[in-house]
Design a protein around this ligand. Structure first.
Ligand SMILES: [Zn+2]
Length: 414
């Protein structure tokens, strides 16, 4: 068998892995590098199937492009991933146009992909001539799966993005594996551990109370898929007035229509019903009149309602901006954290509001990765989706693991 890395080799983003069993070819994920819009290398078009781990654009963002290029076969994913992909991919066309980039696909290509999509529950193998493939819970966002492939007596596991500890929103990832021959594993956070989630929420709640007590507003920019829902769910029962704005509203609806992929659908539903939702831009001014918490997109401050809120609130020292997730290089959020300046969509300001970064993450940290490797003991580990691959690979080899850290374009025989 051969595994070819089309994207996410020694980089975070634009995942794309081609597996050739000798007689059949499969593509696992086909995403985009979100900030600059780069795609992975093209796979051959005679694929037997495309399997998607989860809806995030760095894993899904180029799949409709395959249909544009003439691929006519199926794409497999969970129902929750399909509903979230539909929203994110549609939006990505708009965003790319706005950035002056040429979108890789059209609405029609997306529609073609959706018509050819076959949805799968976890643990239901799809049988092909040379292999069988199934999805296992990845714990990363609702509907996220790991891909387990069995072919010619070999078991290959591709993690996609993975979180071993559950959150309020997701169950812990499935780690119940035996006899894995090849583990293709994300290693985004091979170099650090994330703080304890409960402690993080405790300090966030304390911070919110302090700001509200001083009549301020807390701006909580959050990714539409995942972070938004976890935030409203965990904060809603504390009695703070919460307002939602942006694509997180639609994402929540789509998640609630797939309750089986949520850890506690009732809790999320209750929180969602309770939150105030802003559906028109002109209502934004009224939100900041009174103290409260605003959960809005975009998570890296690059677009969406957060831009208006920053414009309205940046001079107010009684207000606070809380970053709750990863800020990619060159994003306005990352620049604000590094320079104290917010430059985006014609705005160039030095906000006076308080700013805090809290390391909520939907990925596993270093210790959990090591625990996973020790538990599963795969015969070979292939590290992808990481900026720290060579160092981590060396370290793992020192622990007795057989590790490869391929570059984009590399092929590995297994
Ligand atoms: Zn992801």
């Amino acid at each position: 068998m051969e595994i070819k890395i089309l994207g996410s080799g020694r980089e975070v983003g634009r995942s794309g892995i081609l597996v050739n069993t000798g007689s059949e070819k499969f593509l696992l994920d086909f995403g985009i590098e979100v900030q600059h819009g780069q795609k992975p290398s093209n796979p051959p078009m005679d694929l037997k199937g495309v399997f998607l781990t989860h809806a995030h654009l760095d894993h899904s963002g180029c799949i409709p492009f395959l249909y544009k290029k003439g691929y006519k076969g199926p794409t497999y994913m969970t129902r929750a991933s399909l509903d979230l992909c539909d929203m994110l991919l549609r939006d990505s066309i708009k965003v790319q146009k706005k950035k002056g980039q040429k979108p890789y696909f059209s609405q029609e290509d997306l529609k073609r992909m959706e018509q050819k999509t076959i949805t799968l529950p976890y643990k239901k193998p799809v049988k092909f001539k040379s292999c069988s493939i199934q999805l296992r819970d990845a714990g990363h966002i609702p509907g996220a799966g790991q891909i387990l492939m069995e072919s010619q007596g070999k078991r290959i596991l591709y993690t996609g993005d993975i979180k071993f500890l559950g959150t309020g929103l997701t169950n812990p990832a499935d780690t119940d594996y035996k006899d894995i021959d090849v583990l293709i594993c994300e290693a985004t956070y091979s170099y650090k551990d994330h703080p304890d989630r409960k402690e993080l929420f405790d300090s966030l709640k304390e911070h919110i109370q302090y700001v509200l007590y001083n009549n301020g507003t807390i701006l909580l920019p959050s990714f539409a898929v995942g972070r938004t829902q976890e935030m409203i769910q965990e904060l809603s029962y504390l009695g703070f007035p919460i307002t939602m704005d942006g694509m997180g509203i639609e994402a929540t609806k789509r998640m609630l229509s797939n309750p089986g992929f949520l850890r506690d659908a009732r809790k999320l539903k209750k929180a969602f019903e309770k939150a105030r939702k802003i559906r028109r831009g002109k209502n934004r001014d009224s939100v900041t009149d009174k103290p409260g918490v605003i959960v809005c997109t975009a998570g890296m401050l690059q677009a969406g309602p957060v831009v208006t809120y920053i414009k309205n609130l940046h001079m107010r020292e009684d207000c606070s901006l809380v970053f709750s997730g990863y800020q990619v290089k060159d994003s306005p959020g990352k620049m604000l954290l590094e320079t104290g300046k917010y430059i985006n969509e014609g705005i160039n300001v030095k906000p006076r509001m308080k700013m805090t970064f809290m390391d909520f993450s939907a990925h596993c940290g270093r210790s959990q990765l090591l625990d996973f490797f020790r538990k599963v003991r795969p015969k070979k580990i292939i590290l992808v989706h990481t900026d720290h691959g060579p160092e981590f690979g060396k370290e793992l080899r020192g622990m007795g693991f057989n590790v490869e850290v391929p570059r984009n374009g590399d092929s590995l025989r297994v």
